[in-house]
Design a protein. Sequence first.
Length: 367
Amino acid sequence: MLRPELAAWLRLLLTPGVGLESARKLLAAFGLPEAVFAQPVSAWQTAVGTRAARALEAVPEDLDAQVDRLLAWLAEGHDRHALTLGDPLYPAELLQMADPPLLLYVQGDVQALHHPRRLAIVGSRNPTPQGEVNARQFAQALGQAGVCVVSGLALGVDGAAHEGALQGGGPTVAVVGTGLDRVYPKRHLALAHRIARQGALVSEYPLGTPPLSENFPQRNRIIAGLSQGTLVVEAAVQSGSLITARLAAEQGREVFAIPGSIHAPQSRGCHALIRQGAKLVESAQDILEDLRFTAPAAEHATGADDPDTTGEDSLLHAMGYDPVSLDALQARTGLDTPHLQARLLELELSGEVARLPGGLLQRLGQG
């Protein structure tokens, strides 16, 4: 893209007082941004009203600096792209949305956005240990089945989903709420680099955009729009994950939810979705079959077949899968405290049990 064309797109996007809705109206009325800015103010007023038209008269002070910054970023590697609505590499699914991003910044393999099988995995930033395990194992099984996992690079379920997809050898796409020259949260810096090598990082926000809270719900529509279905692993009743699920349903995409403990706040959002018609899933195979994604016959998961309790450790059997206190566990098993504590430590070190806040314990399902 030549500098004048890029400058026109950025001017349209960066002008204060001109939002996405007005920008789309201008593009619909006049064509490409260069044609928009060739119009008289009266034409702008007819299209978007007086206030937005007046805003368009002023060129953003930092426009040249922003253009220089983007051109320098694009020049850093062949894996960097700025995709406008008319670009042939712009994902066609996003064009079907009511409010598609006008410009997408992409770092990595742009073909990951066109992968034939894409599933969003979203959920709590503070999942239970079992929720984090589920996200990773579902994503790993889906990755092994050749599915591209789409998520948001956030802490908790998002990060676990990206990790699982990478471990499964599949591509993964992270849609972020900052400029692509920033990584948020910072602890996911190494993960972001791995995603760029085995998938793609995507943002609609200009370079330099910090992690503003209002950007994250907004980017959820892209996560839903890029995917043929959305899996919610854990979510509170009021959460961004349910926004993503709602957007997916509004776009005619499938919504899946993993049920959890009736005592866990992180499961209530999933249970609400299931009551509203989301499909309850117990394995990645459920999703593969529902979306008609073929998979190797042996792939089953949370990565595994239904658990066989034959020969199961008696302490694990007594724990069940809900959080449990030490006192309750002692009452169920009749074990004395030293013996019980020693066994729990063994199970914790082997990754079969996790300690939760409030002194509770929880058994972790294994894939």
